[in-house]
Design a protein around this ligand. Sequence first.
Ligand SMILES: Cc1cc2nc3c(=O)[nH]c(=O)nc-3n(C[C@H](O)[C@H](O)[C@H](O)COP(=O)(O)O)c2cc1C
Ligand SMILES: Nc1ncnc2c1ncn2[C@@H]1O[C@H](COP(=O)(O)OP(=O)(O)OP(=O)(O)O)[C@@H](O)[C@H]1O
Ligand SMILES: [Co+2]
Ligand SMILES: [K+]
Ligand SMILES: [Mg+2]
Length: 490
Amino acid sequence: MDQPECTAGIIVIGDEILKGQTTDTNSHFLCTRLFSLGVRVKKVSIIGDDLDLIAKEVAEFSNKFTHVITSGGIGPTHDDLTFEGVARAFGEPLVPHPELIKLCQTFFGTDDLDSPKLKMAKIPQSSRLQYGISKTTGSKTKYPLVIVKNVYLFPGVPSILENAFVALEDLFKNDQAHFHTQELYVDRDEISIAGVLGEAEQLFLKRVVLGSYPDFNNSYYKVKLTLESESLEHVLELEKYLVKSLPEGSIVPYDPDPLLHSERVYSLLEKEDSPFVSSVAKAIEVIEESLNRYSLDEICVGFNGGKDCTAILHLYYAIAKKKYSNLNTKLKALYITSKSPFPEVEQFIQSSRDRYQLEMLHFDGRIQDSLSQMKKQYPEIKAVVMGTRKTDPWSAHLESFSMTDPDWPQYMRINPILDWSFRDVWEFLRSLCLPYCSLYDRGFTSLGSMNNTHPNPQLRYIDNRGIMRYKAAFLLADESEERNGRDRTI
Ligand SMILES: Cc1cc2nc3c(=O)[nH]c(=O)nc-3n(C[C@H](O)[C@H](O)[C@H](O)COP(=O)(O)O)c2cc1C
Ligand SMILES: Nc1ncnc2c1ncn2[C@@H]1O[C@H](COP(=O)(O)OP(=O)(O)OP(=O)(O)O)[C@@H](O)[C@H]1O
Ligand SMILES: [Co+2]
Ligand SMILES: [K+]
Ligand SMILES: [Mg+2]
């Protein structure tokens, strides 16, 4: 820690970003990688394709930071000005580089120095060329990175920048420093823990950087704390201090990436025998059996954003991922839109689609009609995995594998959680920290459509300011009241 800090500045160049036509993902990528390499990014600047601005920014960044990374503006067109801007920053001319000319000739088949295709071969006089080693193939990259003093000129196209950076990241690795980070999740408002955080900050000044980030939409915590230092000891010391000083029970276990840890579904079975463990075991058994009977192409998950199918979807994902160790086919989900869907439900369905990378089979209208349409449009589908439980209307007679009723389009209904209780569903979702539709945190216990569903009166309470509120669904004490928020208790 006696050495000067290893720092970096990032300059993202391109009019399209300032106009909002392109979202900059490169700075986020670079910040993440550099942080893990022990390099502290001090500043990110986004500027347009403007020669003077590029020159000024590069000169200033080059003075201030150990490394400067630019992204964009090195293509063949008139508006690509980064080489020229960097040359101007250091008072150097642009000169054709023999090696780059050769490369441009092989790529573009021209040796006309005035052709736009050869513009990319003219670089600042003191440039160095650096080839990377591809981490996947082990071979030398086709195109070199241009480096001028401490400035690294990366192309702006995200996939190319990312590959180039990974192939060259040893250039940036700071062996002196490795940041140790730790996250703590707190189930209290930021205001109520601000005092403790302030004291901690003073006590650990300069030794640990403490960050506090509220999240108003998370079902599991309200504030994420980040503890970060070059010394693991100091991080652990601060952690201990916070555990001691924050209100008892306010730090909650949280898994920010339950899909990455989907094998935890199986770890649930290792817990002490209980009705919940048997429920999970049975569900796993049914889904494993269905994957023996059907290929991934022939099955979809009936997914309407409700809690039961949220549990089902995760189980199905975890089991499919285990069976087909490298899931490279998309899992299919059937969603039949109800008459007036809740926006919160639609939003949750979209975020689930993205999270699990689902292929959505989407229909509008009556369930029966939609299933007939699915027969025509996706004739390969033979079975639907569903979150039906025996306590649902008309479901007491169902079995793990039940064909649809005779007057319905014929599908195998796979029902892995028929015998689960309301409590089982919540224990499953919450112990794995799975995201679920936000309505369940606002007193809804079963979801229909907007015109027939409201929060469950059993969960109503008056808060300390006299305002009527609803507790979260998982706190419902009497499970027979699950459908008490539905109009037609059919
Ligand atoms: C894929 C699929 C198959 C279904 N098959 C039948 C069926 O064979 N017989 C039936 O009466 N209802 C069937 N249903 C309807 C459901 O049992 C249930 O009534 C519907 O999902 C509405 O549930 P809710 O009232 O809890 O919102 C099916 C639904 C889906 C999505
Ligand atoms: N519109 C639909 N599109 C696709 N699948 C559906 C639809 N409606 C019901 N299903 C399937 O039927 C199952 C039972 O429906 P149900 O509404 O009881 O459960 P849920 O929506 O998952 O949760 P909740 O009981 O909290 O509403 C769902 O889990 C889902 O698999
Ligand atoms: Co249900
Ligand atoms: K903050
Ligand atoms: Mg429902």
